[in-house]
Design a protein around this ligand. Structure first.
Ligand SMILES: [Zn+2]
Length: 228
């Protein structure tokens, strides 16, 4: 059964305003509809896809200790402003960036599935990247680099995978998208969207659904909504 969507746009707007958070910091203006596909019946965005950036530090694992610092390059806005990869980036210290001026009204693709199926999927998925560091998963007798001098893989993600500041901002982005769609979007992991497709991505790693759910429920309670 689909739960009736009751969240009031003006209430969410004043909540953001009270926290000093701009609508463009959480996915876009609340009065703007979310994206639509150009397929015949113009379906509206349905899936809220959660990603991690998989920044591979390879053997430089000492960088994990500074992963949440505001001054780390991966937590700086300019690192993501010109990215072609998503609708929104969330840094580990909770900043958010709409790259290249996109927001949730811009039809945009960021998974193998969307490339595979073709243009009619453009606009059905909203993409949020969360900054995370990775390192190499070494097998005995193998060095970290392959014959081309590149890191062999980026399979090991940092633990915990994401910060409270990220879960908090991601909850606001999810509410922004859902308020604009006037229904709760379907949260989805990139790994699940690409499952079964060669070279499909494995992100997000170490995503704590309970922690994100807790952040979301806190927001809903503050907005006078039930969370069960
Ligand atoms: Zn991804």
């Amino acid at each position: 059964m689909t739960r009736k969507f009751t969240l009031n746009t003006e209430r969410f707007r004043s909540y953001l305003h009270g926290k000093g958070i701009g609508e463009d910091e959480v996915g876009g203006q609340l009065d703007k509809p979310v994206s639509h596909s150009s397929a015949n019946d113009h379906p509206e965005a349905r899936y809220f896809v959660i990603h991690d950036t998989s920044i591979n530090v390879c053997t430089r694992t000492q960088q994990f200790s500074e992963s949440d610092s505001s001054s780390a390059t991966w937590n700086r806005k300019e690192r993501w402003e010109d990215s072609g990869d998503a609708h929104l980036f969330i840094t580990r210290d909770g900043k958010s960036i709409q790259p290249q001026g996109r927001d949730f009204s811009t039809p945009w693709r960021a998974t193998k599935l969307e490339s595979f199926v073709g243009d009619r999927t453009r606009g059905i998925f909203l993409h949020v990247e969360n900054v995370q560091l990775r390192t190499v998963d070494l097998r005995p007798s193998e060095g970290p680099l392959n014959a081309k001098g590149n890191c062999r893989n980026d399979r090991i993600a940092q633990t915990p995978g994401f910060t409270d500041a990220q879960y908090d901002r991601l909850a606001l982005a999810y509410i922004d998208a859902s308020v604009r769609a006037k229904r709760w979007l379907v949260p989805a992991y990139h790994v699940a969207i690409d499952r079964g497709i060669p070279d499909g991505h494995d992100d997000p790693r170490n995503f704590d659904l309970a922690r994100w759910g807790g952040a979301l429920c806190d927001k809903l309670a503050a907005l006078g909504e039930k969370c069960d």
